[in-house]
Design a protein around this ligand. Sequence first.
Ligand SMILES: Nc1ncnc2c1ncn2[C@@H]1O[C@H](COP(=O)(O)OP(=O)(O)OP(=O)(O)O)[C@@H](O)[C@H]1O
Ligand SMILES: [Mg+2]
Length: 318
Amino acid sequence: MPRFDITVAGELNLDLILYGLPDELPPEREFLVDQMMLTPGGSSAIVAHNLAALGSQVGFIARIGDDQFGQIALDHLATGGVDVSKLRRMTGSTKTGLTVILQRDSWRNMVTYAGATLELNFADLDLDYLASSRHFHLSSFYLQRGLQSHVAKLFRRLKASGLTISLDTNDDPEDRWEGGIREALRYVDVFLPNEREARRIVGADDLEIAVAQLAAIVPVVVVKLGAQGAMAQRGPERFVSPAVGVNVVDAVGAGDSFDAGFLHQYVCGADLSACLASGNLAGALSTTRPGGTEAFRDRDHRERFFREHGIVGSAPSA
Ligand SMILES: Nc1ncnc2c1ncn2[C@@H]1O[C@H](COP(=O)(O)OP(=O)(O)OP(=O)(O)O)[C@@H](O)[C@H]1O
Ligand SMILES: [Mg+2]
């Protein structure tokens, strides 16, 4: 039996979320906010943390700086049950990444110092560790600048070891959608973009055209549709699943939480409808507390939510 259900390589940073700012911020003025939250961020870290909260055995590799932000993020993941033994703490001038999120009622500004995220490279990856798993997940393809040109090779090796592979590119800050993504997609079993990402990657305005093109390359294409829920395409088969109705605090990490909910079921061989429903439940749960992991971290809150809306938190190997 492999040691892990899912291994993840990617980024671990902090999100500083500020609530209650006006839409316009004139220069040279000071603004007071109502609330703030400093919480672990990074798509990969949120996926890893929330998978562990759902009961998956998770191994995680990332780079952090030798600083207090890195320590806070690391402690949070370790407390959440993620194996962080292969995390690399880098001395030198590069710090742990930080994203400042200015959350307004229905939109947000995000400003990121990517720091150590950009420097994770192929040599940092213990391939035996990553391969001691049933499944491997990669997030934030366009932030992994040190790893990007090696992603196809990494996927190929892990697939040769018998793992299935999932990828969530997240946004490309340069909006170019290159960097070898087509080559990498050839090894992916489950691709998890949102609607815009799906369209931008193939350069299509129409989502249906984008999904058809992606489904010709990837066995399962899952498109996250925000408050509309999600859909999946497997060859000619289409699956749709509505969002779960919730009072939203913020949608930070909702897409990553969806990935965790979906993959938690996928690795146990659940059917696609169940995977989608689980993704939507996890995405919705994430929006009920600030940031991407707070709703999962609070066990009582998490279990109450699943009792009210459905259960996704069983151990996949049970
Ligand atoms: N307002 C909402 N109500 C209920 N569920 C939501 C809401 N917003 C998001 N979700 C859930 O979270 C999932 C992911 O959201 P979204 O489509 O925003 O992903 P994303 O754009 O990849 O997000 P991220 O910014 O985290 O990368 C949705 O598919 C849905 O299940
Ligand atoms: Mg996303």
